[in-house]
Write a protein that binds this ligand. Structure first.
Ligand SMILES: Nc1ncnc2c1ncn2[C@@H]1O[C@H](COP(=O)(O)OP(=O)(O)OP(=O)(O)O)[C@@H](O)[C@H]1O
Length: 318
């Protein structure tokens, strides 16, 4: 993965006629060769952002570069699956792709290459209307791959798929990532992108709210934190700080927030008890990245104050 950027957005906004601000000062960069998960709840502005990247929607403000150029200039090197692709129901998957290949100005033979890449060779001769939703989505990805694009933009490719379809799509995305393809992949389900993405950018109400590798997000969002209520507190702090498996200990409202691998809960409990400290409570601050994501993107009024949390790597606060 290089230090060059396939996609750069600086302070990008989009206000639709009628007053909806779909994207609001968004800063986002996708490195060449990485798979970036673009994550946010429904209506967060993901599709609008992707449509701006391919020149389908004009930004109201800010600066966008796609493969070093303004949007729309590099379309021959960009493959996109934004909203459902249109295929002819009575034509086979292969014939649909051959048609698409002609439109894209690539040889017919590209159709068989991409069918193999998405694992549809066996059903390539069947009419499109007989495909499952998962197969239809994979054919959409195949169409986006026809031009051997440098950048692949996929808007919610797992939307509407059953669990088996999601698993198949995840496997396909993992393969694309392993061969060094730059992929920008949107989803509103964290678990779907967590395993296939090098980095994740979380947006909410058109703004970047957190960004990092899945591990960095876990750390920044407090999923690697144990809450410990112990007595005497000072002794507990000293004991924990002396242990090299513990990255940090903070005291908040009489409780200890211990940055460590939550799997060490039992070991740290034993450590404290052995040192003569009474452990009244010991639990993970949050159980999963999914919980942290939901909290981060919850509607504003119910969102708890997080000022005592280590800050996520945020674009909004940068
Ligand atoms: N053409 C349009 N005209 C007016 N408002 C729009 C238009 N397209 C989208 N919006 C609004 O912009 C906001 C962001 O929508 P967008 O589709 O970009 O979000 P999203 O994160 O992709 O959501 P979803 O996951 O539901 O597709 C929403 O409030 C939506 O209603």
């Amino acid at each position: 993965m290089g230090d060059r950027f396939a996609v750069e957005l600086h302070e990008v906004s989009k206000r639709y006629p009628g007053g909806v601000t779909a994207v609001d000062g968004l800063d986002l960069r996708v490195r060449e060769g990485e798979v970036l998960g673009f994550l946010g709840p429904n209506g967060a502005g993901k599709t609008t952002t992707m449509r701006m990247l391919v020149g389908l929607v004009r930004p109201s403000g800010g600066r966008i570069r796609v493969l070093g150029e303004p949007p729309g200039r590099q379309l021959a090197r960009v493959g996109a699956l934004i909203e459902s692709p249109t295929f002819y129901p009575h034509l086979s998957g292969r014939d649909n792709l051959r048609l698409a290949a002609r439109y894209a100005g690539v040889p017919d033979a590209a159709a068989d290459r991409v069918l193999a890449e998405v694992g549809l060779t066996d059903r390539a001769g069947s009419p499109f209307r007989t495909y499952s939703l998962g197969m239809k989505q994979r054919l959409g990805v195949a169409a986006a791959l026809l031009k051997e694009p440098s950048l692949l933009i996929l808007d919610e490719p797992t939307n509407g798929l059953d669990p088996a379809g999601v698993a198949e799509m995840r496997e396909l995305l993992r393969t694309l990532g392993q061969r060094g393809q730059t992929v920008l992949l949107s989803s509103h389900v964290l678990a779907e992108v967590e395993q296939v993405c090098d980095r994740i950018a979380v947006i909410n109400r058109g703004r970047l709210v957190a960004e990092g590798t899945p591990d960095e997000l876990r750390g920044a969002l407090g999923t690697g934190v144990l809450l410990i209520d112990a007595d005497p507190t000072d002794e507990a702090i000293a004991c924990l700080r002396a242990d090299d498996r513990v990255a940090a200990v903070q005291q908040v409202d009489g409780q200890l927030r211990v940055s460590t691998d939550p799997a060490l809960a039992g070991a740290l409990n034993r450590l404290l008890v052995t040192a003569g400290v009474e452990v009244r409570e010991l639990r993970p601050l949050r159980h999963s990245l999914e919980e942290a994501f939901l909290e981060l993107t919850a509607p504003a009024p119910s969102r708890p104050q997080r000022s005592d949390q280590p800050a996520a790597t945020t674009g909004a606060n940068r």
